[in-house]
Design a binder for this molecule. Structure first.
Ligand code: KIV
Ligand code: ZN
Length: 388
């Protein structure tokens, strides 16, 4: 993708792993909107779904592939020809398609299809070869890699490379690993597996122990050059590595992590809010980078410091993540323009008649409350949308 050895490819899986969070199902139109925002933001690869999972997933991946601009569009497939063919049918419409195929390689996961190590190795060879005959961009993942025996992991990674995989993704499927192990595993694979220098290594971390971001960044230190992540860290159980966290960590701590991405960080806040709205998963107030309080200051000492020099208590500028520097407090003296701007920040670009309606509701509420908070505004928009 690039010859720049410090360029880290951002692979977003909000629409696949993120959508697998119980209750986070998104509609077709919502998926198209999020994919467009990801593409416009400079995400390199969008994992748009799991085409064999349902007709809806297939349609969404196909449509996202057709509408894609810069981004590679990827679909997920288990290690069988039917899944891979269906995946290809959906992603082939993209200017730059990718097939991502995987199989669980740890002892616990090998026991499920009841395959011996040799049988699984053969399956990996055959399915990666099949995928590569369809598409010249193939990613392969040994699911639960971090609990797979080293010898077997090294063996199957080599088989996948020989069969034509162009990216090898190392998933920490259950969020079990620690940062030093994450770095060391990638370093060792690159150093010891024949052919490893021909492919890109990716890291895919889950957040069960709250270490997904640290593990992803450590894997990059170890030589990985693709991070798999989601907006707001959405994902199975405790979620995945949060895209906004790794992007800003590499930006803010460039002094110790000389890596960079193609993501326009000023678009982070908007997409975070849209994903929260369409998935129904609110962002916790104190969430790094995109939480409501990430750039808020309440105590007197902090406010005093901020007024004199914003760097006293802020390591990033709010503008760098797409927040307007001024925190507009909404009250009964606020006008329509302020309301429009605040709603835009929250991800709502309302038509004039809708805005007028929300404005009337807002004025009525502001008469009763000293300050109208973001959650109040979101409730007003929801009421307006449902005609209550
Ligand atoms: O967590 C995981 O192992 C996955 C794979 C399908 C890559 O999401
Ligand atoms: Zn995952």
């Amino acid at each position: 993708m690039t010859n720049d050895k410090n360029r880290v490819v951002i692979f977003d899986t909000t629409l696949r792993d993120g959508e697998q969070s119980p209750g986070a199902t998104m509609s077709h139109a919502e998926k198209l909107e999020i994919a467009e925002l990801l593409d416009d933001m400079g995400v390199d690869i969008i994992e748009a779904g799991f085409p064999i999972a349902s007709e809806g997933d297939f349609d969404a991946v196909s449509e996202i592939a057709k509408r894609s601009k810069q981004a590679v569009i990827c679909g997920l497939a288990r290690a069988n020809y039917k899944d891979i063919d269906r995946c290809w049918e959906a992603v082939r419409h993209a200017g730059r398609p990718r097939i991502h195929t995987f199989i669980g390689t740890s002892p616990l996961h090998r026991a499920i299809p009841n395959l011996t190590q040799d049988e699984m190795a053969e399956r990996i060879h055959d399915t990666v070869t099949h995928a590569r005959n369809l598409c010249d961009n193939v990613q392969w993942s040994p699911m639960d890699a971090t609990r797979t025996e080293w010898d077997y992991l090294a063996r199957v990674v080599e088989i996948a490379i020989k069969a034509g995989a162009t990216t090898i993704n190392i998933p920490d499927t259950v969020g079990y690993t620690a940062p030093n192990e994450s770095a060391e595993l990638i370093r060792r694979l690159i150093a010891e597996v024949p052919g490893a220098d021909e492919v890109v290594f990716a890291t895919h971390c889950h957040n069960d122990l709250g270490m997904a971001t640290a593990n992803a960044l450590a894997a990059v230190e170890g030589g990985a050059r693709q991070i798999e992540c989601t907006i707001n860290g959405l994902g199975e159980r405790a979620g995945n590595t949060a895209l906004e966290e790794v992007v800003m960590a590499m930006k803010v701590r460039h002094d110790i992590m000389p890596f960079h991405t193609g993501v326009d960080s000023t678009k982070l806040m908007h997409i975070s809010r849209r994903v929260a709205t369409v998935s129904g998963f609110p962002v916790q107030y104190n969430k790094a980078i995109v939480g409501k309080n990430a750039f808020a200051h309440e105590s007197g000492i902090h406010q005093d410091g901020m007024l004199k020099n914003a760097e006293t208590f802020e390591i990033m500028r709010p503008e760098d993540v797409g927040l307007s520097a001024t925190n507009i407090v909404m009250g009964k003296h606020s006008g329509r323009a302020a309301l429009r701007s605040k709603l835009k920040e929250l991800g709502y670009d309302l038509a004039d008649n809708q805005l007028n309606d929300v404005f009337v509701r807002f004025k009525a509420l502001a008469d009763r409350k000293k300050e109208v908070f973001e959650d109040d505004l979101l409730a007003l928009v929801r009421d307006q949308e449902s005609g209550e």
